[in-house]
Design a protein around this ligand. Structure first.
Ligand code: ADP
Length: 494
């Protein structure tokens, strides 16, 4: 960029010495470097050794005239700005010359001020041209940097050992890595650019990613996960995250996949082990329980109260162990997917009535009211295993009784809600603090506080309920707080 005048180099070509030197004087005073020539050939000789920014040429010269010299100069360096000096008689020629790329012309005779104005203007043009060029170069460099950054990110994603796929707001794959193809057992011929469903044939998963990509899933919450089974034996845990721009707008989603097959296997082994041990323990424990009952019956007359109390305690404890084993076996069955052997058409009103009647006795013994309020005497029939439904609602109602004070009110409601049967078990008992709402569905989790300390249980009831509801493609919700009571809502598809 030309910033100081002394950097500008000007070539002056005129056969008239007075004019040549006059111009030189003016320009030098302006701070420019000046090179002089009295003929075209000499000027070209200078240009072989020297670069210049501006050339002031006389139009009429012996030998090579100004126009020809202008053409030759352009051929050497078209950036040189050329100004023509000409007599009045040749103004038309000068205008022609300008059409051919000459920057300006100065008619002879001219005032020094006129020369200064034209040269300053040329200088300004030169400065602007150079600035524009610099800006363009800068822009090109930025584009190259951006391009390099993009390919760098691409390379990093490609070399990641973790499977990654990135989608746009339409749910199309814009970036994926070889680990993704490998994880999903896809060959190298798969390219980005298609809908996610072309790579992963799982409607639920594709739906989740599409919602995430459109920003329809709350970005502030936990990243949603999805368990996928590939080729029947490989288990993947997909975890998605929306991609937000600086204005917090959703631009797509990034999903990573972890292979959890070995964890699954371990879990299965553990379940099998628990099932086997529980099964082996159940018969001897039942025998001990029966024998203790018999001993109690036979000895009640002769033995002291203390002995009887001990045997009573031992019987209670064995009963507790037997129900724990029952729960463990139920859970193993649910985990193994073997819950729906006996599918029947069910009228949920009748089923709930009989559970409420059965557990009503227990509620009465605590001075509680247990009532059933179906929306109508008949709700749409639906197919399910009655044992599974008994287990779900039996557990929920038994919990409502167990975890409510003497004299509490428990209501069971049933109604149709769109495509679902909705059953609610509502109590005004101890309630559950929101921080435990997720944990109570974990195996063996029991809330410990002054209210629950003396209530026996296994912590397996709600995991069984949740496992069964999930296996029926239903949902379970909890609304509860300490002192407010609890409402468990179960939705089962009709
Ligand atoms: P268990 O009843 O054998 O302890 P569950 O899995 O059925 O196991 O329940 C887990 C925990 O959830 C219970 O220990 C209790 O603290 C809490 N809970 C369940 N239902 C209720 C309820 N209706 N009201 C208050 N707390 C409850």
């Amino acid at each position: 960029m030309v910033e100081t005048t002394d950097l500008l180099k000007i070539l002056v070509v005129d056969d008239e010495r007075d004019i040549r030197e006059g111009i030189e004087r003016i320009l030098k005073r302006m701070g420019y470097a000046v090179f002089k020539a009295d003929r075209g050939e000499e000027a070209l000789g200078i240009l072989e050794k020297q670069t210049v920014d501006l050339a002031i040429l006389d139009l009429k010269m012996p030998g090579m005239d100004g126009m020809e010299l202008h053409q030759r100069i352009r051929a050497i360096d078209e950036k040189i700005i050329v100004i023509i000096i000409t007599g009045y008689a040749t103004i038309e020629t000068a205008i022609d010359a300008m059409k051919q790329g000459v920057y300006d012309f100065i008619p002879k005779p001219f005032e020094p001020e006129h020369l200064r104005i034209v040269v300053r203007r040329a200088h300004e043009k030169l400065r602007l041209t150079m600035e524009a060029e610099a800006l363009q170069a800068e822009r090109a460099r930025t584009l190259i940097d951006l391009d390099m950054e993009k390919s760098r990110i691409r390379t990093i994603v490609e070399s990641l050992p973790t499977a990654v796929v990135v989608t746009n707001t339409s749910g199309e794959v814009v970036l994926m890595n070889p680990a993704f193809l490998k994880s999903l057992d896809l060959d190298d011929s798969f390219m980005a650019g298609n809908k996610l469903a072309s790579y992963v044939q799982n409607e639920g998963f594709c739906d989740m990613v599409l919602k995430l990509s459109r920003g329809e899933i709350d970005a502030g919450g936990e990243p949603p996960t999805y368990e996928l089974v590939v080729s029947g034996s490989k288990y993947l845990m997909a975890r998605g995250q929306p991609v937000l721009n600086e204005n917090n707008e959703c631009m797509g989603a990034v999903v990573t996949f972890a292979n959890i097959t070995s964890l699954k296997m371990l879990d299965q082994l553990k379940s099998e082990f628990v099932a086997k041990v529980s099964h082996e323990l159940r018969s001897p424990l039942s025998t001990i329980h029966e024998q203790l009952a018999m001993v109690l019956k036979e000895t009640s007359v002769h033995e002291t109260d203390v002995d009887q109390h001990l045997i009573e305690r031992a019987k209670e404890k064995t009963h507790g162990l037997i129900s724990l084993i029952g729960d463990l076996l139920d859970l193993s069955r649910i985990e193994a997917g073997g819950v729906s052997h006996n599918i029947q058409s069910i009228q949920v009103v009748d089923l709930l009535k009989s559970i409420v009647d059965f557990l009503g006795i227990r509620a009465q013994s605590k001075g509680q009211t247990l009532s059933f309020e179906p929306a109508s005497e008949e709700l749409p029939l639906f197919s399910a295993d009655p044992m599974a439904l008994e287990s779900i609602f039996g557990n929920l109602i038994a919990n409502a009784i167990n975890y409510s004070q003497q004299g509490a009110d428990i209501v069971v409601k049933a109604e149709q809600a769109g495509q679902y049967i909705q059953v609610q078990v509502i109590d005004n008992g101890f309630g559950i603090a929101p921080k435990y709402h997720e944990q109570i569905f974990d195996r063996f989790y029991r809330v410990k506080n002054d209210n629950t300390r003396y209530i026996t249980g296994t912590g397996l009831g709600l995991p069984i309920v949740k496992g069964l509801v999930d296996s029926m493609n239903g949902a379970i919700k909890l609304d509860s707080d300490v002192g407010k009571g609890s409402t468990f809502t179960v939705l089962l598809p009709v």
